[in-house]
Design a protein around this ligand. Structure first.
Ligand code: COA
Length: 388
């Protein structure tokens, strides 16, 4: 009998075979969101959804695939409110201790830690049936804003206040500003939640799907997603936008400031997008609403500066704003502190993440791409003692 032949090594992969940052790679399919030409959630154009500004309606749509009936909407909203009022005392106690020990910690770190703790106390062991996954998603949708508001209270030295009645947009805005918001303020805040809710295979959603694809649980998946969203090239950009506007200060300094960034090869936060190369439809929508909202107020000065920066970016780099550019200005005009801008993005995107986790589990194959090796050539191992 012939001796077995060693398996022939796979052909070396050429360096040209890979797409850095997976740019242009189609990594799977989804029925949740499409970005061809315009943005659609489950087939619905983003514009009427954004105008309605009803976060619960959109969260239901993303999770279930269709718009809710009035009865479904009312019952869903009630369940989210109930979830927001049912934060486990063990988690609250742990947050209290952490807030006392690290009051200056990033709010994103607090939120990531809080959601991770929920996975422990809510015993999220294995992916269950679809109904159980939807129930978990609903609890996360209610508990995420509750954790955020509790952390802000705890780091401000007051006990967590009760979760208010009403839709998440109204309740969260009230909890974060400490004031009763006007209907117009709730409407535009709701619009930002709708616009932030979902965006196909962005970095954080892909992180969530990758974790879910291993057979891990929903809390682990969304905890990873929060970590990904924190980065300034992704969700963290909305906080950086306000820093940028503050740093420039006034419209007459915009040219010099932008040129400095270009010279130093720094990216300008709030501009550019991996998918939208001709402008982000969400930024156009919210930018218009933001200008209308601030007309005749002190915030109008910031709009002049923002317009100036937009024009320079377009003229010099052909780059248009993304959603974070107007969202930061809207949040600022609503009186929200910068440190909660990206956490608000988490509250909204929790709907998209959980919908994607459920979709991934429903038709799973582990996400495991390949790489091109770029390290040292093959070499012999020398035992430690012989290495001097
Ligand atoms: N400011 C200045 N230059 C920018 C830029 C920005 N905001 N965004 C992209 N560019 C430049 C790139 O440096 C690149 O220049 P080069 O060809 O000279 O190297 C060119 O435009 C093309 O960029 P691209 O490679 O297509 O970007 P990307 O798809 O790899 O990255 C982002 C997309 C969003 C990460 C990037 O635009 C960015 O960093 N934006 C700022 C952060 C931000 O607002 N993030 C929120 C995203 S919703």
């Amino acid at each position: 009998m012939a001796a077995p032949q060693p398996a022939s090594p796979p052909p070396a992969r050429a360096a040209t075979e890979f797409a850095k940052g997976l740019a242009g790679v189609i990594a799977g399919q989804t029925s949740i969101c499409s970005l061809d030409g315009t943005l659609r959630y489950r087939g619905y154009d983003i514009e009427p959804l954004a105008m309605a500004g009803d976060f619960e309606e959109v969260a239901w749509l993303l999770l279930h695939g269709d718009l809710p009936t009035c009865a479904e909407h009312a019952a869903f909203s009630e369940r989210l409110s109930l979830a927001a009022r049912s934060l486990d005392p063990t988690v609250l106690d742990a947050l209290h201790r952490l807030a006392s020990a690290s009051p200056q910690a990033s709010v994103m770190d607090a939120l990531r830690t809080g959601i991770s703790m929920l996975g422990l106390v809510e015993r999220d062991d294995t992916p269950g049936p679809r109904t159980a996954l939807i129930a978990q998603a609903e609890r996360l949708l209610g508990l995420t804003p509750a954790i955020l508001a509790a952390w802000i209270d705890l780091t401000s030295g007051r006990p967590p206040q009760p979760w208010p009645e009403g839709p998440i947009a109204r309740a969260l805005l009230q909890r974060l500003t400490g004031r009763e918001p006007s209907p117009a303020q709730v409407a535009i805040f709701g619009t930002t939640l709708v616009l932030y809710a979902e965006h196909e295979f962005n970095a954080s959603t892909f992180a969530a799907r990758t974790v879910a694809s291993t057979g891990s649980d929903m809390h682990s998946a969304v905890t990873a997603a929060i970590g990904a969203l924190k980065g300034p090239l992704h969700g963290g950009a909305n906080e950086k936008v306000l820093e940028v506007l503050g740093e420039i200060g006034s419209a007459d300094r915009a040219d010099a400031w932008v040129h400095e960034q270009f010279a130093a090869k720094r990216v300008v936060m709030g501009f550019g997008h991996r998918v939208y190369k001709d402008g982000d439809v969400r930024a156009k929508l919210l930018g218009r609403m933001c200008r209308t909202m601030v007309r005749g107020t002190d915030a109008e000065r910031l709009e002049e500066l923002a317009d100036r920066v937009e024009r320079i970016m377009l003229d010099k780099k052909a780059l248009k704003p993304n959603l974070d550019w107007p969202a930061a200005r809207v949040y600022h005009a609503l009186g929200l502190p910068v440190k909660v801008f990206t956490p608000i993005f988490v509250v909204a995107r929790m709907s998209g993440w959980t919908a994607h986790v459920i979709e991934q589990i429903g038709d799973n194959r582990i996400i495991r791409p390949l790489s091109v090796y770029s390290g040292a050539a093959a070499r012999d191992y020398l035992p430690l003692a012989t290495r001097g």
